[in-house]
Design a protein around this ligand. Structure first.
Ligand code: TRP
Length: 354
């Protein structure tokens, strides 16, 4: 029994501005994972077409996510940072996966149902096939670990189902190539070409909620800009938004239990804890019994301390789009080499002539 070589892959769509939730929930995790892993981080521009076809600011959005990656501390030399459309092998493997995935599987995807809404006839075929392209993003590198939010769990399960069916259906073709690996799926031994990807969901990353409603996720589509802290917000905007954040009239509790039924207080304490790399209990042992008039200024100072350098670096990078594009081209080239190796193996397994 051997194991697939560990490889981290994740993707972020170039739509809308990145906010604190994206930073604490995803990008900061990406940064931490670089320490001990080989990582590939992708700006998934092909996915951005699934909900809306024409984007006036596509290039700017791609560069802005890339700038956020770099400003947060992702090292594009040690790892790979690129945009998806530079590696056509993603779309090619997605086609093959379209023929592996069953319509019944796709029909279960809750994100499609949410995003398509009532008028499903008008949704693009791409929106429906979205999870198949996502599986291809990951598996074209035979990546093993995928840091994502809770909302992407079902898509990763689909990626496992696709990998499993490919491994099973092509079992007799994979064996003679010597490209497969004996793994265990549960108790069952499987000869696998594609690994069973593992989501990396937990960790200290909090669910960051809206500053205006502690029961709703912080979201780039919320009409009120006061509901979120954008990574491009400057010091004044950050402090204004935290000052205006919804709270309740009570002092902070001394124990985490006391946050129950107080979603806004819970959210602000959670944000403080995440920014300070502490637990909520630590934060409450410091601020328990204090009013928001004391806690909010402390949170503003901390948020500015953590976010201002990222913000400044993003702005600096965005002034030199040529540099960002060069990073993406270099990453794209290295990604392509790896992806083409997989595709050649897949072509051989399927039996295409080349
Ligand atoms: N669907 C992911 C999201 O919206 C983005 C994504 C596309 C992705 N391809 C991926 C994430 C591959 C992880 C791995 O968050």
């Amino acid at each position: 029994m051997t194991e697939f070589k560990p490889l981290v892959f994740s993707g972020v769509q170039p739509t809308g501005n990145l906010h604190l939730g994206n930073y604490l929930g995803a990008i900061r995790k990406f940064v931490a994972l670089q320490e001990n892993n080989d990582c590939i981080y992708c700006v998934v521009d092909l996915h951005a077409l699934t909900a809306q076809l024409v984007h006036e600011d596509m290039a700017t959005q791609i560069r802005s996510i890339t700038a956020a990656f770099l400003a947060a501390g992702i090292d594009p030399k040690k790892h790979i940072v690129f945009n998806q459309s530079q590696v056509p092998q993603h779309a090619e493997l997605a086609w093959i996966f379209n023929c592996v995935a069953r319509i019944g599987w796709m029909n279960r995807m809750t994100q499609f149902k949410d995003k398509a809404g009532k008028d499903r006839e008008q949704a693009s075929l791409g929106l429906y096939a979205y999870p198949s392209l996502m599986a291809a993003d990951i598996l074209v590198y035979r990546a093993t670990h995928v840091p994502v939010g809770e909302d992407q769990k079902q898509h990763l399960e689909l990626a496992r189902d696709i990998a499993m069916k490919f491994n099973m259906d092509f079992n007799d073709k994979i064996r003679p190539t010597g490209l497969g690996i004996d793994i265990k799926v549960g108790e069952e031994p499987v000869h696998a070409y594609f690994p069973m990807v593992e989501p990396l969901i937990d960790g200290p990353a909090p669910r960051v909620m809206s500053l205006k409603d502690g029961t709703k996720k912080m979201s780039k589509s919320d009409p009120s800009d006061l509901s979120r802290i954008n990574l491009m917000d400057d010091q004044d905007a950050i402090s204004k938004k935290i000052r205006k954040a919804k709270t309740d009239p009570d002092a902070l509790p001394s124990e985490v239990d006391g946050l129950k039924g107080r979603p806004e207080a819970d959210n602000l304490v959670g944000i403080f804890a995440a920014l300070a790399d502490k637990s909520k209990a630590d934060v409450l042992s410091e601020f328990g019994g204090q009013q928001f008039s004391v806690f909010k200024p402390a949170l503003i100072d901390l948020a500015v301390e953590v976010l201002a350098p990222i913000n400044a670096e993003m702005r600096r990078l965005m002034e030199d789009p040529g540099h960002i594009d060069a990073v993406l081209r270099d990453g794209g080239e290295r990604a392509r080499t790896r992806a083409e190796k997989t595709m050649n193996e897949v072509r051989d397994i399927i039996g295409f002539v080349r």
